[in-house]
Write a protein that binds this ligand. Sequence first.
Ligand SMILES: Cc1cc2nc3c(=O)[nH]c(=O)nc-3n(C[C@H](O)[C@H](O)[C@H](O)COP(=O)(O)O)c2cc1C
Length: 189
Amino acid sequence: MTEDDIYKLLSCAVQPRPIAWISTVSATGVNNLAPFSFFNVASRSPATLMVSIGERIGCPGEQKDTLVNIRDTGNFVVNIPSADSADAVTVSCDTVHPNIDEFDLSGMTAIDSQSVTAPSVMEALISLECETHQEVALGTDTLVLGTVVTVTSRAGLLADNLHVDTLAHPFLGRLAGPYYVTEMNRVAQ
Ligand SMILES: Cc1cc2nc3c(=O)[nH]c(=O)nc-3n(C[C@H](O)[C@H](O)[C@H](O)COP(=O)(O)O)c2cc1C
């Protein structure tokens, strides 16, 4: 199978996927924002997230700005987008010059994080500030493991028992192709 077909098959089989809306800052101070759905929790203790970053689109062998910035700074923020951020998430996935700030492109607000140099997305439901723990090279893709050092959430989102009312605050998930999913049809078992 071609690489393209394998990608299509995997992203069709493994869905819906959560979205890591990753904010980073470059060595020269340019903010960057991009969505990644090859993403999940890697360990509960120490709190660790994993995200898989492919090659720069249209430039085999070159890296996406997100990975370049993670390598340069050793940190990143995984922001969890709300269902109403689908348009902004899509805009922020454009491959643009490293000097272009995708916060400006997508109309999102960059705010200072508490523990890392990468900014956070003010409009996100939750922002998980990460320090890079390890990189694993996997062919065309690079798996990045990040230790979560600080978590902030939108005011009123987290209850005292750390539960989230996902009907009141719908999350955004990724389906195959151009499709997204929200939690409007959640079922309890
Ligand atoms: C919802 C969504 C999920 C995506 N997931 C991934 C992913 O898991 N891995 C990846 O390499 N690219 C993924 N992409 C594409 C990147 O977001 C895109 O290549 C982005 O422009 C990279 O930006 P950067 O060069 O600023 O890092 C996804 C795009 C969208 C819209």
